[in-house]
Ligand binder design. Sequence first.
Ligand SMILES: C[S@@+](CC[C@H](N)C(=O)[O-])C[C@H]1O[C@@H](n2cnc3c(N)ncnc32)[C@H](O)[C@@H]1O
Length: 228
Amino acid sequence: MYEKFARDYEKAITDNIYNGHLERPSLFAMLPELAGKSVLDLGCGPGLYAEYLINQGATVTAIDASREMVEIVKEKLGDNVRTYTQDLSRGLPAEKEATYDVIICPLTVHYIEDVGLLFGDVKRLLKQGGEFIFSTHHPMVDFEVSPSGNYFQKELITEEWDTVGHPVEVSFYRRSLTEWFESLAAADLCVTHLSEGKPSERMKSVCAESYKKLSTTPNFIFFKCEVR
Ligand SMILES: C[S@@+](CC[C@H](N)C(=O)[O-])C[C@H]1O[C@@H](n2cnc3c(N)ncnc32)[C@H](O)[C@@H]1O
């Protein structure tokens, strides 16, 4: 989806219900003041977050495994962003320690089987007092499609999503809430704020039915962490 259909994905998530009216506004609400800050955007996709961060006055590095996504970010943001491809499951070997005030990773960690190396590098790259903010699927939502029926067992799930207007197979890892906290704690990252997301007010007029559903049922989960 993120390589072959990168451009369709960009179009699809720019103003859709789940990304545009739920995920991004919920994560934006957890961000600190960004003017003059150095921010690392992990799993940057087509750069909607990077664009927002730059507009808030941040200096941004945006990284993604997909060459096509990085190409879109370059086309869109040019010299305003430092961007390159990197598989985050291999960590962030090109980045120097204590470089960033804020590291974000929206909707990407569930594509990584073992987040140990990545979370360790997040800790290494954060300046003192820096914050790591990421979002992922809500564990209870993914548990509904668990092949094993064992909530506590990490497992690979494959589904067909219609995000880009036709079915595309997507695979991701489902983990328990306990496992997320344990992985963060192992990297000395301490959760300071947890959110289960909140639809934007505008969603009400765009789609009242979705607003009702997403105001009463969790879909994503958001973590804000600091180095312990
Ligand atoms: C759901 S999209 C989210 C994009 C962006 N963060 C946003 O919210 O608009 C997930 C992104 O993670 C990237 N991704 C998936 N696995 C990755 C990996 N192992 N390393 C780096 N990026 C990865 C995909 O290429 C895709 O751009």
